[in-house]
Design a protein around this ligand. Structure first.
Ligand SMILES: [Fe+2]
Length: 310
């Protein structure tokens, strides 16, 4: 760990404090959406019942253009049955594979909507791609709070800290709550590897550095992933691992893999990947904080598809 990396140092110290004292650790429930391979989390402080919802999913059927809330309603059920008070809706990044349910959940449960400050860069890139009008603000104002690297926050009495981990997109953040790190799309299960780095604004070299930064946290740090796709030879979905397990066995970035080797592997692998099915609707909606584009004069919202542009 670089001595100059104060944010990382603070995160590591927070994790050690949480490991030494159970009261500083959050309760965590994962909700897996098989349609998009996404894991949403409800994280709460058992002492105060304050909760954060991380990376929620609004169901969307591309062929009909219909949204539905069955995944989000499962989260509401959980929150209500555990008497939780939601204070945060956190997005690890502007997702390209599912639409966020944050506004739907926020309306029903309260709480502030947050994402990383670099979302402004993502809004800039995709605002241009979708030829969004001047009514689309590219200043992050669709969110209630924009986190910066090293920023600390509280979930009830539990400490939290945000780390900027760009590479998959420029705005990716990891949120560390107690001893648990919600790492978004950086690293996946050890047998699957890492997130792609070929979306507009993505960068494989930056992704490697972000991942190695996360992997210099204490070995016992619990890592909670945003996606799982199983892996050859594994039949069950999984989304929890540790820094130690990643360092010894991640097929893309275990200890010993050099930055150049990673960049070479990631870049050539990304060339073989198709764009996610829902990238166009997802990005268009998620850069607006999960809100649909403003309805046209007939009251209907439209999703645009740029032809031959990506
Ligand atoms: Fe993503």
């Amino acid at each position: 760990m670089s001595r100059d990396d104060r944010a990382l140092q603070a995160a590591a110290e927070q994790i050690v404090r949480a490991q030494e004292n159970k009261a500083r650790r959050p309760s965590i429930a994962g909700f897996f959406d098989e349609a998009t391979n996404t894991v949403s989390y409800v994280v709460h402080d058992p002492a105060t019942c304050e909760a954060a919802i991380i990376d929620s999913v609004l169901d969307y059927e591309a062929a009909s253009g219909r949204t539905s809330s069955s995944s989000a309603d499962l989260i509401i059920e959980y929150v209500n049955s555990h008497n939780l008070k939601v204070t945060w809706h956190i997005e690890t990044h502007a997702h390209a594979d599912h639409i966020s349910a944050a506004p739907y959940l926020q309306e029903r449960l309260g709480g502030k909507l947050a994402i990383g400050k670099e979302i402004i860069r993502v809004q800039e890139v995709f605002g241009k791609l979708f030829n969004a009008g001047t009514d689309f603000e590219r200043d992050g104002s669709q969110f209630d709070h924009l986190f910066v690297d090293g920023e600390s926050f509280k979930l009830g009495e539990i400490e939290g800290i945000a780390l900027h981990v760009p590479g998959h997109t420029p705005a990716d953040m990891a949120f560390i709550i107690g001893d648990a790190a919600f790492v978004g799309d950086t690293i996946f299960m050890p047998d699957f590897g890492t997130a792609r780095a070929d979306f507009p604004g993505g960068d494989a070299r930056q992704l490697f550095q972000s991942i190695r930064r996360l992997l210099s946290l204490p070995d016992e740090t619990r890592l909670f992933l945003c996606h799982d796709y199983k892996a050859p030879g594994r039949d069950e979905y999984a989304w929890e691992t540790t820094v130690g397990q990643q360092r010894t066995s991640n097929v893309h970035v275990k200890d010993g893999v050099t930055e150049d080797e990673f960049v070479e592997m990631r870049t050539s692998r990304d060339k073989t990947l198709a764009m996610p099915n829902l990238i166009m609707p997802s990005v268009q909606v998620n850069i607006r904080g999960g809100r649909l584009p403003d309805p046209e004069d007939n009251g209907v919202s439209y999703i645009k598809i740029p032809v031959n542009a990506v």
